[in-house]
Design a binder for this molecule. Structure first.
Ligand code: COA
Ligand code: AMP
Length: 635
């Protein structure tokens, strides 16, 4: 079946469509009902089924003849390490680590925070949680202690898994002091931490609380070899598999909850239908396990489908050069690569003629998929010329867990329109609505809303906050899920996503809240008020820019204060915020009702023409700001 037939098949019978897809995973007790509309916030998928995600990711393939096939290839240019785990080897590691968790008192429903770099142990930790029904919550390593503390207080983990350090080009990031500081800041205290000691930098372990990962794992492996069982726990399909925090409009992140059953069914389906992958082939998502792309397409999707997944600890450039991606593709026989456009922009900037691709056999690659931010046509064209494969932009969010719109190569290769992530995927009815909630005509911009219910695999709620889920997503466009993205649909049904309608910005494919950054800026004692907004950046798409008004009487030189504010944001949110621009000004442009005109400021900073809104209190302030930004750029 091609795309149109498949989409119509879903439209005509969503329950039948997903029940059929459910046949492709193993269940303890298979679903007899696809969907229960009265359960949960907007209904729940597979309400009477039981299953285990780890079983489907590992045991099933070992039992089904893939024991000696590579499951995970760890390629780490920053440490000079490469290691392959077959399915049976990865299963053994996960079974053993499940025993480690159990011995530390972790049981079904307990939360486990994972604050780790891109090492195989992070994947082992996630799958071991899935095995025993514990709920993992991975926190990206680039977040500072305070952000980690916020997540600890929300998820209230029984234990935390971490590592002594992460390795960034040019510096070693000591994770353990950040972990200790986060635990000190948090009101909730975990009962234990398991710390992976890495060669580059060993950490001090706290007596009683901290455990050495290798010691614990070695003992558990011996127990396993001695016949101690480590079974997959039978879970309701609706039980939570993980919580993943993502940025909202405020400093309080949203804990997206993913279930077990719907998630498995949806991800496995996408591996085949969207990415065109066959079991046994190698898939590489060049992202991080701290992001949704890492959850869905480094860990769960490829393993659920019996593929080999690549875990890459490095950057597109500088580790050691702009040819790293091409080397990994050639060396590990990657069939499909998934990354953020910013990674391709970084490679192109460093190596515009792709000299570093020479000598790497890229003929096995079938497609490059891009997501995380809008894929600019120039970048797509460059990659198309170099790789001579389809370069597919697809659009999704942490909340959806997989693509809402894509060009589904596994079903049919649709014509590519540069700048559009193509068409809606089965499960998603996309509507473009105006501010009154009415559908607009083709080609007209509006808010992108999704029909309810959301399909299997999408967020089922926010952790411990059903009402916040309703108010964040379901109330602004009654009857629909509000994506907080703006865009249009053209006459051919292709979606065009233009950007966020809220205070979220995308920095190098990382989703960040300007609201959270404003809270961090305002924490500086000299700051009276501030506005943080996303400013166009050639490499990262957007970078944050903060305009700051000081309290009266502050006599410290403004350049010192600007530097202190940059340091404050780095300290409170983390380096990944890439907050490097703060500018002290006399006053902020506001409406007569006191609302800061962030949209207009952004246009000024991007050098775009702007019209002062009719509601502005004093239009002269815009000219002042334009001058201040010009001066700052010349500094
Ligand atoms: N732990 C600690 N610090 C981290 C980190 C981690 N896991 N990841 C990033 N950082 C730090 C970096 O060291 C950098 O710090 P610096 O300000 O001291 O240099 C800062 O956070 C910003 O990092 P990054 O966004 O990686 O920017 P960069 O300038 O080092 O590299 C790119 C630019 C484009 C190469 C890089 O952003 C990239 O590879 N992007 C791909 C995006 C991606 O995978 N997105 C995931 C969604 S698909
Ligand atoms: P995240 O939750 O981190 O995946 O970020 C989701 C947001 O990134 C979306 O709401 C969009 O604003 C943006 N985004 C992701 N993919 C695309 C894409 N292909 N085109 C345009 N924007 C995208």
């Amino acid at each position: 079946m091609g795309y149109r037939d498949t989409y119509d098949r879903w439209r005509n019978d969503p329950s039948g469509f997903w029940m059929e897809a459910a046949n492709d995973v193993d269940w303890f007790s298979p679903p007899t009902v696809a969907f229960e509309p009265s359960a949960g916030v907007y209904g729940r998928w597979f309400p009477d089924a039981t299953c285990n995600t780890c079983h489907n990711a590992l045991d099933r393939h070992v039992e089904g003849g893939r024991a000696d096939q590579a499951a995970l290839v760890y390629d780490s240019p920053v440490t000079g390490t490469k290691r392959t785990f077959t399915y049976v080897e990865l299963l053994r590691e996960v079974q053993a680590f499940a025993l480690v968790l159990t011995d530390l008192g972790v049981a079904k429903g307990d939360r486990v925070v994972v604050y780790m770099p891109m090492v195989p142990e992070a994947v082992v930790g996630m799958l071991a949680c899935a095995r025993i029904g514990a709920v993992h919550s991975v926190v990206f390593g680039g977040f500072a202690a305070r952000e980690l503390a916020t997540r600890i207080d929300d998820a209230m983990p029984k234990i935390i898994l971490s590592a002594s350090c992460g390795i960034e080009p040019g510096r070693t990031v000591a994770y353990k002091p950040l972990l200790d500081e986060a635990i000190a800041l948090a009101a909730h205290k975990p009962s234990a931490c398991v710390v992976l000691q890495r060669e580059r930098l060993k950490a001090e372990l706290a007596d009683g609380r901290d455990h050495d990962w290798h010691d614990r794992q070695r003992n558990a492996l011996a127990d396993l070899a001695g016949g101690r069982p480590s079974p997959c726990v039978e879970l309701a399909a609706t039980d939570p598999l993980y919580i993943l925090y993502t940025s909202g409009t405020t400093g309080r992140p949203k804990g997206i909850v993913r279930d077990n059953g719907g998630h498995m069914v949806a991800l496995r389906w996408t591996m085949e239908a969207i990415y065109g992958m066959a079991p046994g082939e190698t898939y590489w998502a060049a992202s991080d396990v701290g992001w949704v792309v890492g959850h869905s397409y480094i860990v769960y999707g490829p393993l659920l489908h019996g593929c080999t997944t690549v875990l890459f600890e490095g950057k597109p450039v500088g580790t050691p050069d702009a040819g790293t991606f091409w080397r990994v593709i050639a060396e590990h026989g990657v069939r499909v690569l998934f990354t953020a456009p910013t990674a391709i922009r970084a490679i192109r900037k460093e190596d515009p003629d792709a000299r570093h691709a020479a000598g790497h056999d890229l003929t096995g690659l079938r497609a490059l998929f891009l997501a995380g931010e809008r894929a600019d046509p120039e970048t797509i064209r460059w990659a198309e010329r170099l790789l001579d494969v389809p370069v597919i932009d697809h659009w999704w969010q942490t909340e959806t867990g997989c693509a809402v719109a894509a060009n589904p190569l596994g079903l049919e290769r649709l014509p590519v329109k540069h700048g559009s992530p193509a068409v809606p995927m089965p499960g998603y009815g996309i509507r473009i609505l105006d501010t009154e909630g009415r559908s607009v005509s083709p080609g007209v911009m509006g808010n992108i809303a999704l029909e309810l219910p959301l399909p299997p695999g999408a967020a089922v709620t926010l952790w411990g906050a059903d009402d916040r889920f309703r108010s964040s997503y379901l109330q602004t466009q009654p009857g629909y899920y509000d994506t907080a993205d703006a865009g249009s649909v053209d006459e051919d049904g292709y979606i065009w996503v233009m950007g966020r309608t809220d205070d979220v910005i995308n920095v190098a494919g990382h989703r960040l809240s300007t609201g959270a950054m404003e809270e961090a800026v305002a924490a500086h004692p000299a700051v009276a008020e501030c506005a943080v907004f996303g400013c166009r950046d050639e490499l990262k798409g957007e970078v944050p820019f903060g305009l700051v008004v000081l309290k009266s009487g502050v006599d410290t030189p403004t350049t010192d204060i600007e530097a202190e504010i940059v340091a404050t944001v780095r300290d409170r949110i983390g380096p990944l915020a890439a907050f490097k621009k703060a500018l002290v000004i006399d006053r902020l442009p506001k409406t007569r009702s006191g609302k800061i005109l962030r949209g207009t400021i952004k246009r000024i900073a991007d050098g775009e023409p702007y019209t002062p809104p009719g509601t502005i209190e004093d239009p002269a302030v815009l000219t002042e700001i334009e001058g201040a930004i010009l001066n700052a750029n010349e500094r």
